[in-house]
Design a protein around this ligand. Structure first.
Ligand code: FES
Length: 283
């Protein structure tokens, strides 16, 4: 199975489907605040994996109730709840998918295809149950659960093997040693300009505003884009850095994510000034 998924990651022919679908998703899911909502910027965490809890829980419960006598009504209700809730979860997933790299999008297509088959089976299952054909409803439910489980397996590969929608910058902290690190002379630090420095080979960006200096990890949490090459923009009265790769935007005062596709805040390091030298340490 792992060898097959690796082949799919490398199957560039899938881009003939993936590229136009990506453009269509980006053209449809607008404006930016809709995309931000679906990415989970307001939650500080990707929304899609949180939303799939509802259909997965409801569908598994349906399967259990289908094995018990006298539970037809409850099983039909849960089957319908799972099917209805899968639709917004899929939309959030599509929004995340459109901002992934090509190899991730290829696996994402497989994840989406399995779950679409699962959703179609469950929609048929609800219709059959409501029409009184509970035997067919149960059969379609089992088929749907099989397809959705395959989709979950592929989704696990996408997140845990390929690192899709995982905070890419946090591992940088593990390469930084404890204690205070000298990083710049305050007298040489320009105002309102991004400056890049290294702490133990970990890139950080410095942004000075008056006597306040932000020291933030440089690698973007979304896909490791170089924030040091990004633009500084004023948003709602706050200076923010915009990632040059896909536009994730973080407040320079605190690291809070303002626009996705990243749903994670960026890590800001504590600082102090000793004898005119700026120092930073692990949070
Ligand atoms: S790497 Fe994608 S937004 Fe920064």
């Amino acid at each position: 199975m792992r060898a097959l998924l690796t082949k799919i990651e490398q199957a560039s022919r899938l881009d003939r489907i993936g590229d136009p679908v990506q453009r269509a998703v980006q053209a449809t899911l607008r404006p930016q605040r809709v995309r931000d909502f679906l990415h989970g910027v307001w939650l500080g965490h990707p929304l899609h994996p949180a939303m799939v809890q509802v259909p997965v829980g409801a569908w598994i419960s349906t399967a259990v109730l289908d094995l018990m006598p006298g539970q037809r009504r409850a099983a039909t209700t849960l089957c319908a709840v799972g099917t209805a809730s899968a639709v917004p979860a899929a939309v959030a997933g599509l929004n995340d998918w459109a901002a992934l790299s090509r190899d991730q999008r290829r696996i994402g297509l497989l994840h989406a295809a399995s779950n679409t088959i699962g959703l179609a089976c469950y929609a048929g299952s609800v219709a059959a149950r409501l029409a009184g054909n509970h035997r067919l409803g149960r059969t379609l439910g089992w088929l749907g659960l099989t397809a959705a489980s395959a989709g979950a397996y592929v989704g696990g590969h996408l997140a845990y093997k390929q690192g899709a929608q995982v905070n890419q910058s946090i591992s940088e902290l593990h390469r930084m040693s404890e204690g205070w690190h000298s990083i710049a002379d305050m007298s040489a630090l320009p105002q309102r300009t991004l400056v890049t420095r290294e702490i133990d080979d970990v890139s950080v960006i410095l942004y000075r505003h008056g006597d306040d200096v932000t020291v933030m990890l440089e690698r973007c949490p979304h896909q490791s884009g170089p924030l040091g090459e990004g633009e500084v923009q004023e948003i709602d009265g706050h200076a923010c850095v915009v990632c040059p790769w896909h536009g994730s935007t973080f407040r320079l005062n605190g690291g809070e994510v303002v626009h996705g596709p990243s749903a994670n805040d960026q890590v800001v390091l504590p600082t102090r000034v000793v004898d005119g030298v700026l120092e930073a340490r692990l949070p």
